[in-house]
Write a protein that binds this ligand. Structure first.
Ligand code: 9MR
Length: 398
């Protein structure tokens, strides 16, 4: 058990300071170990979430340079605690969140909602912000489920990872039918303006483009790539920046857990985007894993390669499935795998957080897609904590 050491606590000093750097709305503005700006942009105030994380929240400031109580540490002693939620533990080691996907359907289950409230600091809309949910017909936006998620997150103090603006899947047929570049460019820009623009200032990270590569690193065939070539990615990121200047913009993909063509292609692409001045902040590695897959012990290596681009990285859809039925041995192995996967983020300095793709095995996408597999999350179908919860905790605190 790791506890906050008394001698370390004695080294903490609370100081009130006023500095000129302005943090954007939703950005971090203080906390133990924080060395960035501590004043918030006009219209927002630096609010202490806990000793390790303060955030610029909108709507409560009248001045453009608000002073804030900043907790500063005079020692670099390791800080960790064995108590508190998964999210509090992630923040205690200097990261932004421990998150989960959620939406109106799952949050309507009181047991699910209670766990998200208690344990998670960030929610990612599982389906409600996808193109087929938000713009079924050109220019006609249906946002009620997405609004529900955003309102829920805001009222419960959770960060939001927007997911996802441009993806070949869950795409209405009217988009897939477009054949000319000018029309598709406008359609992408209008879609991003309609969805990301609606929530400007409220979204922490956006998955701007999702799954643009095949596993060998070639670009995936899609209407976007077929009509616009890889320039659709540049177009999408520029449109997202215009629609929501404060959100951090991510490219997201799966099978980035092992070295190979896809990781190499991702590094090459983001290197080109950065050089071209395209506004991109991070790379999401989905991390849909299988218990005891041989790549898991080494997954920190490709994550480090992605982080070496200088961008932030995150595990964005972590789950670790097994062949059903589960048993004590598989659950113990899964726990160990969760520890390794979460620690892969923890040991990567640029890794800002981990999101699990759900809370309870009751609602996981896995059994529907991989028949005979499941039990991939931290709580079982009856909302009992699994050994994997202990593993994830150990990965954060390792
Ligand atoms: O979990 C999502 C499931 O409810 C949907 O039916 C499915 C449709 O494609 O998408 C699932 O989420 C996916 C995510 O958006 C992107 N990465 C893969 C996820 C699992 O399929």
């Amino acid at each position: 058990m790791v506890v906050l050491r008394a001698e370390f606590l004695a080294l903490l000093a609370v100081a009130v300071r006023s500095v000129s750097a302005q943090q954007a709305v939703w950005a971090q503005c203080g906390g133990i170990g924080w060395t960035g700006g501590t004043t918030c942009a006009s219209g927002s105030t630096c609010v202490v979430s806990n000793s390790y994380y303060s955030q610029c929240l909108p709507g409560t400031a009248s001045s453009a340079s608000t002073s804030v109580a900043v907790v500063t540490a005079t020692s670099s002693a390791p800080v960790a605690t064995s108590t508190g939620s998964l999210d509090a533990k992630m923040k205690s080691v200097g990261r932004e969140y421990f998150g989960t996907c959620a939406d109106r359907n799952t949050l309507s289950d009181a047991a699910y909602e209670a766990i998200v409230i208690a344990e998670y600091g960030q929610v990612t809309p599982e389906n409600s912000m996808k193109w087929d949910a938000t713009e079924k017909s050109r220019g006609v936006f249906s946002m009620s489920d997405a609004d529900y998620l955003v309102d829920w997150a805001t009222s419960h103090g959770k960060l939001i990872r927007g997911h996802t603006l441009v993806w070949h899947s869950q795409l209405p047929s009217w988009v897939s039918a477009i054949t000319d570049a000018a029309t598709l460019t406008t359609v992408i820009q209008d879609h991003i303006k309609g969805v990301a623009g609606r929530y400007a200032g409220k979204i922490h990270h956006w998955d701007v483009v999702n799954e643009v590569f095949n596993d060998d690193g070639t670009f995936r065939t899609s209407v976007f790539y077929n009509v616009l070539g890889e320039s659709f990615i540049d177009i999408a990121f520029r449109a997202a920046k215009a629609a929501d200047p404060t959100a951090k913009l991510y490219i997201n993909d799966y099978n980035l857990d092992y070295a190979g063509g896809k990781v190499n292609a991702m590094v090459a692409l983001v290197t080109r985007l950065i050089a071209a001045g395209v506004p991109i902040d991070g790379i999401g590695s989905q991390a849909h894993l299988i218990v005891n897959n041989g790549a898991i012990p080494y997954m920190h290596q490709p994550l480090a390669a992605l982080a070496a681009t200088g961008l932030k990285v995150a595990l964005t859809e972590l789950d670790i499935r097994m062949t059903l039925p589960s048993d004590a041995t598989k659950l113990a192995d899964q726990s160990s795998n969760y520890q390794t996967a979460v620690y892969a983020c923890k040991r990567t300095a640029n890794c800002v957080g981990v999101t699990t793709w759900g809370v309870s095995d009751k609602y996981s996408w896995v059994p529907d897609t991989f028949s005979g597999s499941g039990a991939a999350l931290l709580w079982d179908e009856n909302f009992a904590k699994k050994p994997a919860y202990t593993g994830a905790t150990a990965g954060i605190l390792a």
